[in-house]
Design a protein around this ligand. Structure first.
Ligand code: ADP
Ligand code: MG
Length: 312
């Protein structure tokens, strides 16, 4: 069964459970309105040794920060501000005390940078590798929350940074090239926390999500949830240094924000973003009223079976 096949099975099986006021599975976070126009958002991500990281290729500090970063990215992807986390760890005997202290220091440093509290978790022994689970909680005005389901035909599709560096870094690590700039990007993802909250406040932003599995996969989540299609201009995809177009479209773990915006305001949105953050919002295509993803080269469709990264 695929990752998304399993999620669908769970979702169908559990559809008869009470929702207790939550908007559940399907977006970057679950949402709970808490009154006075405010909502909390919740997300959890796992990092498994050998699947998501190689212990020899990642410092404990980097891993501590990355375990948090990928969750903060999902909170930002809702237009919310992260406020607290729960950290659960399964540690094998060969993970030393020094390793655990350094891991904690990395986790602490990124928590401090974004003003996020650690409010709980769990710690246990592992007979296999290291497994890390982080649950992150964010808050926002309910009116500022952005969902994958809000894209409309005619919207401009934009991405909040260059893509492919993390995928290039993963290739470097797998080839035992640990010291390249791309490998450092892969080990040290920086979630777009302030950018996400800023985009949340902009009504011309419709759909918003973060790119964890790669543009070619992740844009399909916006398409599915919004019942729309998309056309992406290959020459507009911003390719990071050290990457190529295919890695930019298909590589995972860039953790840049992907959004759709009202076409009448997309230019001024990007101008304001540049003024605020000093980096561009790159227009890469448009939302269409179909159910297809079309790749365009100089306006003409090219047939590509590009897919993002899958864990299963
Ligand atoms: P993201 O990449 O943003 O973390 P995923 O693609 O991992 O999101 O997950 C898609 C959706 O499925 C999310 O809403 C997530 O909470 C939900 N999900 C993933 N795994 C499970 C699970 N084991 N049980 C319930 N929901 C899940
Ligand atoms: Mg996400």
């Amino acid at each position: 069964m695929t990752e998304f096949g399993f999620i669908d099975t769970l979702r169908t099986l559990c559809a008869d459970l009470p929702d207790n006021g939550f908007e559940g599975i399907g977006d970057d976070c679950a949402v709970l309105p808490v009154g006075e126009g405010r909502s909390l958002v919740f997300t959890a991500d796992l990092l498994v040794e050998g699947v998501h990281f190689l212990r020899a290729a990642t410092s404990p500090e980097e891993l501590g920060a990355k375990a948090l970063a990928v969750n903060l990215s999902d909170v930002a992807a809702m237009g919310a501000r992260p406020v607290a986390t729960l950290l659960s760890l399964a540690l094998p005997a060969d993970a030393t005390d020094e390793w655990a202290v350094r891991f904690s220091e990395g986790y602490h440093a990124l928590s401090q940078r974004f003003g996020v509290a650690l409010i709980g978790g769990d710690t246990t022994r592992s007979d296999g590798g290291i497994t890390i689970n982080v649950t992150a909680i964010g808050c926002a005005d309910s009116a500022h929350l952005k969902r994958r389901s809000a894209a409309r035909p005619g919207d401009i599709l934009l991405v909040a940074g260059r893509l492919g560096a993390s995928g290039a870094g993963l290739q470097d690590l797998l080839d035992s090239r640990y010291d390249t700039p791309a490998a450092a990007v892969h080990r040290n993802p920086l979630p777009q926390v302030e950018e996400g909250e800023w985009l949340g406040r902009r009504p011309e932003v419709h759909a918003l999500m973060d790119l964890s599995d790669g543009l070619a996969s992740d844009v399909r989540h916006i398409m599915a949830q919004s019942h729309v299609g998309a056309a992406i201009d290959l020459e507009c995809i911003p390719v990071a240094d050290g990457a190529d177009l295919r890695l930019a479209a298909c590589g995972g773990e860039d953790y840049k924000l992907l959004l759709s915006a009202d076409p009448r305001c997309a230019k001024s949105l990007a101008d304001d973003f540049l003024l605020r953050f000093g980096t561009p919002l790159y227009p890469i295509g448009t939302i269409e009223s179909s159910d297809r993803l079309r790749w365009l080269q100089n306006g003409c469709e090219v047939l590509l079976d590009w897919k993002g990264f899958t864990h299963y």
